[in-house]
Design a protein around this ligand. Structure first.
Ligand code: NAD
Ligand code: WQD
Length: 362
């Protein structure tokens, strides 16, 4: 049945990939995004790739009145909440901006949902709520000990959702703790497009591969890991998108939480080596000191999501990095570049063309 799904932050990296999957399943997608960290071009490509109309509202969720007008214009049945600021280092430098944006936008959203009798919510949480884990792989009932303002906003929002659901049993909320999303839509026409110098490893490596940056700085090779570099649980952004559809399908009264990861780790050196293999480009690097706040290993126990959501991440690291490279090589400067795959008067491009992993249609 076609439902109208509000996707906050839907012009962003994970939101745009999820919006395509929702539209391909036949849902009506309404995107609210203030374009603070994304491009209107991403919204245009969502519609082209999904061959569907997408409603877009350039709205800041901190503006409660503007958000209320969006609810007044659409018969929204459920919400996926991606919108927010997400850079750890920036949150340390500007904590008030992070608390204000991430918390107030979420409280506004929950109040508008309640006022409009919309009770179904999927929220983008993060493995960063675990901090430096005591246990590996990390289960959902591990100790929650975020070590930075960004991670603390995620945990605060989780607690707000738990309290809201405990107060009114009409709420059905799923909190999804993502590990390390990478990769891009198989068409190579949307992907991760960080502003300025990428904080994260994979977009930085891809910018070195495409010639935008000289070399990768490896933050330490003296960690307690197999090759001494940091190990993370990388998950393909398309697998992550499908995890949101699964969460929507399995919403239950109350508030539940799920790890979305693969359960398999990869080191910095493995990312560099695999990117050289899939791109055919050399990736020069220099080992420097550890980054403040970094941890040796982060690895999901995804068994609860596998079981309860009937969902599993199945795209390999090779496919993740081949799809990242496909996007980056076609768009060396991200969305600022003209789109080589842009539709002309020829028939709409095949969304599965060119990538290494077909976009699921189920
Ligand atoms: P992103 O920055 O690409 O997307 C977030 C979107 O939200 C952007 O389009 C931005 O313009 C928009 N936005 C920000 N503040 C807003 C506001 N006040 N009002 C309206 N729109 C606003 O980030 P992403 O990587 O797609 O992450 C999406 C969500 O997933 C975020 O909540 C992030 O914290 C979470 N998350 C991301 C990662 C990751 O590594 N990418 C990992 C775990 C969790
Ligand atoms: C991965 C590995 C680095 C960059 C972050 C946030 C987390 C979440 C996901 C939002 C680590 C190493 C990195 C570089 C390097 N975001 N590295 N050189 O730190 O696991 O998680 O993104 O929720 O909150 O903390 O991801 O990609 O930054 O780092 O050596 O230029 O690569 O030390 O071992 P991280 P990352």
């Amino acid at each position: 049945m076609q439902e109208t799904i509000l996707v906050t932050g839907g012009a962003g990296y994970i939101g745009s990939h999820t919006a395509i999957a929702l539209a391909e399943r036949g849902h009506r997608v309404v995107i609210v995004d203030n374009l603070a960290n994304s491009s209107r071009r991403a919204v245009e490509r969502i519609g082209e790739l999904a061959r569907a109309e997408v409603d877009f509202h350039e709205v800041d969720l901190v503006d409660n009145e503007a958000l209320g007008e969006v609810f007044g214009q659409h018969a929204i049945s459920s919400v996926i909440h991606f919108a927010g600021l997400k850079a750890v280092g920036e949150s340390v430098a500007e904590p008030l901006g992070y608390y204000r944006t991430n918390l107030i936008s979420t409280i506004n959203l929950l109040e508008q949902m309640e006022a409009n009798h919309v009770w179904d919510l999927v929220f983008s949480s993060s493995a960063t709520v675990y901090g430096d884990p005591d246990l590996l792989p990390i289960p959902e009932d591990a100790k929650l000990q975020p070590t930075n303002p960004y991670g603390r906003t995620k945990l605060m929002i989780e607690d707000i959702c738990r309290d809201v659901a405990a107060a009114d049993d009409r709420w059905r909320i799923s909190l999804l703790r993502y590990f390390n999303p990478v990769g891009a839509h198989p068409s190579g026409r949307i992907g991760e497009d960080p502003r300025g110098i990428p904080n994260n490893l994979v977009p930085y490596v891809m910018q070195v591969a495409v010639g935008r940056r000289d070399q990768v700085q490896v933050y330490g090779d003296d960690w307690n890991t197999a090759d001494g570099t940091g190990v993370r649980d990388y998950i393909h952004v398309v697998d992550l998108a499908m995890g949101h559809l699964a969460a929507l399908d399995h919403l239950e009264p109350g508030c539940d939480v799920f790890n979305l990861g693969t359960g398999t780790g990869a080191s910095v050196f493995e990312i560099i080596k695999t990117t050289e293999n899939v791109s055919g480009r050399p990736i020069p690097f220099e080992v420097i000191g550890r980054r403040d706040g970094d941890i040796a290993t982060s690895l999901a126990d995804p068994s609860k999501a596998n079981r309860n959501l009937e969902w599993r991440a199945d795209r390999s690291l090779d496919v993740m990095l081949a799809d990242s490279w496909n996007w980056q090589s076609k768009h060396p400067n991200g969305f600022a570049d003209d789109d080589p795959g842009a539709p002309t008067d020829a028939p709409a491009p095949d969304p599965d063309g060119g990538g290494a992993s077909p976009m699921p249609t189920s």
